[in-house]
Design a protein around this ligand. Structure first.
Ligand code: PHE
Length: 347
């Protein structure tokens, strides 16, 4: 038994002298003492050969040694850990950093940018104008005669009343198109993104503030075929290469002929689902050939020039693209909703 006693002494003195300066050394020491083939483990193996009358004494001793070894390794672990992460002035460099959440663009902003970029690629430039507008740019110059019932199509927030040309919040960004026609040389090819206002009750499908992108193209010999092609190009860029469009006759005071555009439902691909209400089609915009009266009102010779215009709601396109069923989500700033779009790609 003296051999075993010696072995015990040996392990104890090794443990006493143990010094580690890195985590790696601590791990090596753990394996050396407590690993499967470690010296403490070996003592336990030898314990089997100890005479029965000595088992009690040796057993207690071995358990003690195991405790000492485990405690020593733990102590080394902390010591090494601490020295390796203390900063120059003693701060704990191992503390986890404060999370710094990155914001992301609002989904409406992402889609507005996508729409604008699609048209920019084919030569359109961006035009902007004031949100507080006058009656002339929102209605009069766009062929809405005073008191014409077509004005009722867009419930307006008036800022001043009773003047000849009252101030109001623009109900569409067509006003920017008027400003462009009044000031820019021909040909004109612009898209007008912006915020618009309508005096409407807020619901899942309507809001009193929303965003539009409208477009205007004026040159010699612009035809309805050009309009159709431009919109088909847009639909395929936005909703995928298989998208189809259909045009339904409609009415706007500023375009003649006018049309509403549907895109084939990107969810059921025309078979009919609850998003497209079983029709296979989703309405995405209004459009038409610019009425000669509108061209003339801005000083453009309607005998020489023709053009087309279109306008769409950004929230509506975003709802269709991401299958969001309630417009109000876009305005409530609920982070759970907004974070869904943090990885949405931009064109
Ligand atoms: N200005 C129209 C609206 O806000 C949309 C539109 C633009 C329709 C251009 C036709 C042509 O509803």
């Amino acid at each position: 038994m003296s051999e075993m006693k010696e072995a015990i002494e040996q392990v104890l003195s090794e443990l006493n002298e143990l010094k580690c300066s890195t985590q790696k050394e601590v791990e090596q020491a753990r394996i050396h003492f407590l690993g499967k083939k470690g010296s403490v483990t070996a003592l336990f193996d030898e314990f089997r050969t100890v005479a029965p009358e000595l088992k009690r004494e040796f057993g207690q001793r071995l358990n003690e040694i195991k405790k000492i070894a485990t405690a020593k390794i733990e102590e080394m672990k902390t010591a090494v850990g601490e020295t390796s992460v203390k900063g120059a002035s003693g701060e704990d460099l191992s503390m986890p950093g404060d999370a710094f959440p990155l914001g992301s663009r609002h989904p409406v902003s992402i889609v507005r940018q996508q729409i604008v970029d699609i048209f920019r690629k084919v030569g359109y430039t961006v035009a902007e104008g004031p949100e507080i507008e006058d009656d002339w740019h929102v209605f009069e110059a766009l062929n809405f005669p005073p008191n014409h019932p077509a004005r009722e199509m867009q419930d307006t927030f008036f800022i001043s009343n009773g003047h000849l040309n009252p101030l109001l919040l623009r109900t569409h960004t067509s006003s920017v198109q008027v400003r462009t026609m009044e000031t820019q040389p021909l040909p004109i090819r612009v898209v007008c993104p912006g915020r618009v206002f309508r005096n409407e009750a807020i619901s899942a499908r309507a809001h009193c503030i929303f965003h539009q992108v409208e477009g205007l193209y004026i040159d010699e010999n612009v035809t309805f075929a050009d309009l159709k092609q431009a919109i088909l190009m847009f639909a395929r860029e936005m909703f995928g290469p298989d998208a189809e469009i259909r045009m339904r006759p409609s009415y706007f005071p500023f375009t003649e002929p006018s049309s509403e555009v549907d895109v084939s439902c990107n969810i059921c691909h025309g078979k009919g689902c609850n998003i497209c209400k079983g029709t296979g089609w989703l309405e995405i915009m209004g459009c038409g050939m610019v009425d000669p009266n509108v061209l003339e009102a801005s000083g453009i010779d309607s005998k020489k020039y023709s053009g087309f215009a279109f306008g769409m709601g950004v929230e509506r396109i975003a709802m269709l693209k991401w299958q969001v069923n309630d417009l109000r989500h876009y305005f409530e700033n609920d982070l759970r909703f907004l974070e869904e779009f943090s990885t949405a790609t931009e064109v």
